[in-house]
Design a protein around this ligand. Structure first.
Ligand code: ZN
Ligand code: FE
Length: 256
């Protein structure tokens, strides 16, 4: 396996197109827009070798066509006809190997944000699209609190030092909500200070890690007494099971 680095290319207001690159080649995750990718690859004289898609939303797949017009490369993605360009449709437990880089990814189906959302895990990295964010989770457009809870729980089984590459720079606004949902969490206060310093210099707050999410993310901390208490306050009744707690804080955050 060649040495590679991960570059965050920005698209739209707050999307990241995570780009694996070495001296010659690149692979991209969720290219919502082809332009920033084309500009970067051209400037760096890199050949595209693969595209990975986590889910069908336009801000994650809208650049597929523009990149494929230039490079005929495999597109790894979910079983979902709404992404026409996918050449390798992957299901839970499938494995795929990135051409050139040789990194093997294991695929998880993680429904909740969308019905067919997947994540790629390999090389100590997790590309999780819009399911798991730093200190937050995606909106439930096509899924239930139960599905999101199961998907997040699954990701939390990964080693604590797994680097978590999310689809958006939402960290600061997520932390603002997380501090309301999980008051008194010292790790969250520390994370806020760090994230503010990074954003002041216009730097990404990502990747996160699984360990960081366990310590700071209210959507995976749904068994913590402080989170259960604030979710219950929002719901106006005592909530006891983790799925209802997740459902309540997701609804609370939607209007926060
Ligand atoms: Zn999305
Ligand atoms: Fe998105």
């Amino acid at each position: 396996m060649s040495a590679y680095e991960i570059i965050p290319l920005r698209a739209f207001a707050d999307n990241y197109v995570w780009t694996l690159r070495d001296a010659r080649c690149a692979a991209v995750v969720d290219p919502g827009d082809a332009r920033p990718v084309l500009d970067y690859l051209q400037r760096e004289k890199l050949e595209l070798v693969a595209i990975l898609n986590t889910h069908h939303h336009a801000d994650h797949v809208g650049g597929n066509g523009g990149l494929l017009a230039r490079w005929k490369v495999p597109v790894f993605g979910p079983h979902d006809d709404r992404i026409r360009e996918v050449t390798h449709r992957l299901k839970d437990g499938s494995r795929c190997t990135l051409p050139h880089f040789g990194i093997e990814f294991e695929v998880f189906e993680i429904p909740g944000h969308t019905r067919t959302h997947i994540a790629f895990h390999g090389g100590g990295m997790l590309f999780c699209g819009d399911t798991l964010f730093a200190a937050g989770c995606g909106r439930l457009f096509e899924g239930t609190p139960r599905q999101m809870h199961d998907s997040l729980s699954r990701l939390m089984q990964l080693p604590d030092d797994t680097r978590v590459y999310c689809g958006h720079e939402y960290t600061l606004s997520n932390i603002r909500f997380a501090r309301a949902a999980d008051p008194g969490n010292a790790a969250l206060r520390e994370l806020e200070a760090t994230a503010k310093r990074l954003r002041d210099r216009d730097l990404p707050t990502l990747p996160s890690t699984i360990g960081q999410e366990k310590a700071t993310n209210p959507f995976v901390r749904v068994r913590e007494p402080a989170v259960v208490a604030s979710a219950s306050r929002f719901a106006g009744k005592a909530l006891s099971d983790p799925v209802s707690v997740l459902g309540a804080i997701r609804e609370w955050k939607n209007g926060f």
